[in-house]
Design a protein around this ligand. Structure first.
Ligand SMILES: Cc1cc2nc3c(=O)[nH]c(=O)nc-3n(C[C@H](O)[C@H](O)[C@H](O)COP(=O)(O)OP(=O)(O)OC[C@H]3O[C@@H](n4cnc5c(N)ncnc54)[C@H](O)[C@@H]3O)c2cc1C
Length: 291
């Protein structure tokens, strides 16, 4: 299924994002998680592209393997990090020849310790350039791009960030999937501005269920998402009790997703970090699919 078919006309787009594990044992864990998650009949499963382009081949391999093994639609992420236009074309050609239907097109993050992204000589500097190449040269791919309810960390202002998002969509994206966030009012304010800017493709909230306080502090410090003070207080109160921390995270995600669904979100994209337990509990509580 292409991205363009996953949303609207009575369809709700449920999706899961996994990452390529580094070891065979990690791969077994991943396949176990995917097996559990496909029971919820997702529209697609997406596979990330490692920081710094570290999983170039593995991303294609795993995306194809998951599609074949579980009979589910998939998408491969691709970033511009360390790649020239020729490298990207070669990768896209390989993905196309292996039957991949959808690409999540990203710029990627600067290497750790660097505050600015530096393109390789002649390579794309922003995701809109990657989307342009895909649309022009590989028009059959469905394309998703990233959106930032709390504004991307490097953006000069929310207005500029939104203008750049609009360029990505105008270059040919079918859907915008958001960065993780924990305050729905940030998403709703972003969605209002998105609509006012005339962006019309589906805007899908990205949800990362909290399963560990230490882990979520690390992740939010990296991507710049806020943790609401009330949620932090609840997590602090359960500190060093892993099960209780996860219960706080699951309860928050259920409330958050319920409100997003009631407000007409066209889908939910779960960052599952290769574990099925928390997303499964949340999806069951929400009564998805078929809510
Ligand atoms: C759904 C999702 C999936 C992700 N998957 C991965 C992954 O698999 N691998 C990975 O490494 N990272 C991934 N990321 C993280 C992503 O790579 C980073 O957030 C990165 O810093 C920005 O990528 P982008 O595609 O949004 O970049 P861009 O859209 O290029 O934006 C980056 C910054 O540049 C500005 N900008 C955009 N276009 C222009 C322009 N034309 N001129 C000037 N400024 C511009 C924007 O306002 C923003 O501040 C993902 C993020 C999301 C939300």
């Amino acid at each position: 299924m292409k991205f363009s078919e996953a949303y609207g006309r009575g369809k709700f787009g449920l999706s899961f994002e996994i990452f390529p594990p580094k070891t065979p044992a990690g791969e077994d864990v991943l396949f176990g998680a995917v097996k559990a998650l496909v029971a919820f009949r997702p529209s697609f499963i997406t596979c990330t592209y490692g920081a710094g382009g570290s999983t170039r081949e593995k991303t294609i391999e795993l995306t194809v393997a998951i599609g074949k093994r579980f009979g589910v639609s998939t998408a491969a992420h691709l970033t511009c990090v360390g790649s020239s236009h020729e490298d990207l074309r070669a990768w896209l050609g390989k993905a196309a020849s292996q039957g991949i239907e959808n690409i999540v097109a990203l710029r990627g993050d600067p290497p750790r310790g660097e505050s600015h992204f530096t393109p390789v000589d002649g390579g794309p500097a922003h995701a809109n350039e990657l989307v342009t190449v895909i649309r022009r040269e590989f028009p059959h791919f469905g394309i998703a791009v990233a959106g930032y309810p709390e504004t991307h960390q490097e953006a000069a202002s929310p207005e500029e960030d939104l203008a750049h998002l609009k360029r990505k969509v105008e270059a040919g994206a079918d859907v915008v999937i958001t960065q993780l966030f924990y305050e729905n009012r940030d998403f709703f304010a972003f969605r209002r501005r998105y609509g006012e800017a005339g962006i019309q493709v589906p805007l899908v909230p990205g949800i990362l269920p909290i399963i560990s306080y230490a882990q979520i502090r690390r992740i939010t410090a990296l991507c710049g998402a806020k943790l609401p003070p009330a949620l932090v207080a609840k997590l602090e109160a359960k500190r060093d009790d892993p099960e209780a921390e996860m219960e706080v995270g699951i309860a928050h995600a259920i409330r958050q997703c319920r409100e997003l669904l009631d407000a007409g979100a066209p889908g939910l994209h779960f960052y599952v970090l290769n574990k099925a337990a928390a997303p499964s509990r949340i999806i069951e509580a929400l009564g998805l699919p078929g809510r």
